[in-house]
Design a protein around this ligand. Structure first.
Ligand SMILES: [Zn+2]
Length: 335
């Protein structure tokens, strides 16, 4: 490498800022169908957040059907018989003055609505519809497939260095499902039949695989009664939930590779496996990652700056945590 080149440094380490937080009071309970509920009362503003986290992410996917978890994040806004057709889910929330969204990771899928607190029941109704009998039909599948393809083009295929994550994961893991990205494969989504989607919904979108949390301007007694009213009768899943128990073998040696992408400037990417989240070493590595990547005094940044002080860039582009492996990408460049 020389200092005329663009340099990229990328290391995969998870970091949580682990800031000291005030203690948060909450109540929690589990319904008979296995749904876990967490309530947090904060009456300082008249709003409430209703969220449901499903323990399903890309790691739960069949390797021949990748992208399903993220696909479902989209598909489950198609509504239900009671909610109505496409777009109605959003309309209910917007008309009530609220906002909503969802996101998917390797490990879980998360939906939320933020509403005026007198609309708590609306949020619970919408989420209970999603859990009990969302529309999982061919028409919605076709529509959302195009939406997801467009998302992939925007975020990956048409982005400079868009393939970095996909290519790095492939080399960092050989057998574990973290080896494919959350967006998954468009070929897999194309190949899937309506019955595959229905099966995925039945397998993972069930009360014994979810946590409902409600935070905001509530009182515990009535919030508990409402959650029980809307979710208490949703039946438990029938089969055991698939949790991959795949141990990634240790890397015997360094993996080096050259990838050609749709950009002229070369990049150097470094990816490391790190200890699992929750282990003592995870926290030490998190701290190390913080020291190596945050702020202008970090060694990578200083080194690049010294090599060429005319122009420099530094981006820290990813921060996320994985259940089994954590990861972090640092991206720095110099030209
Ligand atoms: Zn998406």
């Amino acid at each position: 490498m020389n200092n005329k080149m663009l340099y990229f440094w990328l290391s995969l380490l998870p970091v949580m800022l682990n800031a000291q937080m005030n203690k948060i009071d909450f109540e929690e309970f589990t319904l008979d169908n296995g749904l876990h509920v967490i309530l947090h009362q904060d009456n300082s503003t008249p709003i409430v957040a209703v969220s449901v986290m499903y323990h399903v992410g890309s790691k739960n996917e069949n390797p021949d059907r990748t992208g399903f978890a993220h696909f479902f994040e989209h598909l489950l806004f198609e509504g239900s018989e009671n909610i109505g057709g496409r777009g109605q889910y959003d309309k209910f929330v917007e008309k009530a003055g609220g906002t909503l969204n969802a996101n998917t990771t390797y490990d879980r899928t998360f939906y939320f609505e933020i509403l005026p607190s007198n609309q708590l029941e609306l949020g619970l109704w919408l989420e209970s519809e999603r859990m009990l009998h969302a529309k999982v039909e061919q028409a919605g599948v076709e529509t959302q497939r195009e939406v997801v393809k467009e998302e992939r083009r925007q975020r990956i295929d048409n982005q400079p260095y868009g393939s970095i994550l996909e290519q790095s994961l492939k080399r960092a893991y050989t057998v574990h499902p973290y080896r494919w990205p959350v967006i998954g494969s468009m070929e897999h989504l194309n190949a899937a039949q309506e019955k595959d989607y229905k099966q995925f919904y039945a397998d993972f979108y069930r009360p014994d695989n979810a946590i409902v949390s409600i935070a905001g301007d509530i009182d515990y007694v009535s919030a508990k009664a409402l959650v029980t009213k809307y979710f208490g009768t949703i039946p438990k899943g029938k089969k055991p939930i698939y949790r991959p128990k795949i141990t990634e073998p240790a890397m015997a040696k360094e993996v080096r590779d050259t990838i050609y992408d749709n950009i002229q400037l070369p990049a150097v990417v470094q990816t490391y496996r790190i200890p699992a989240q929750g282990t003592p070493d995870y926290y030490a590595v998190s701290m190390l990652g913080q020291l190596l990547s945050q702020g202008e005094s970090l060694p990578v940044y200083t080194g690049l700056w010294l090599m060429n002080s005319k122009k420099h860039y530094l981006w820290v582009i990813f921060l996320w945590d994985w259940k089994i492996r954590g990861s972090r990408l640092h991206l720095a460049s110099l030209k």
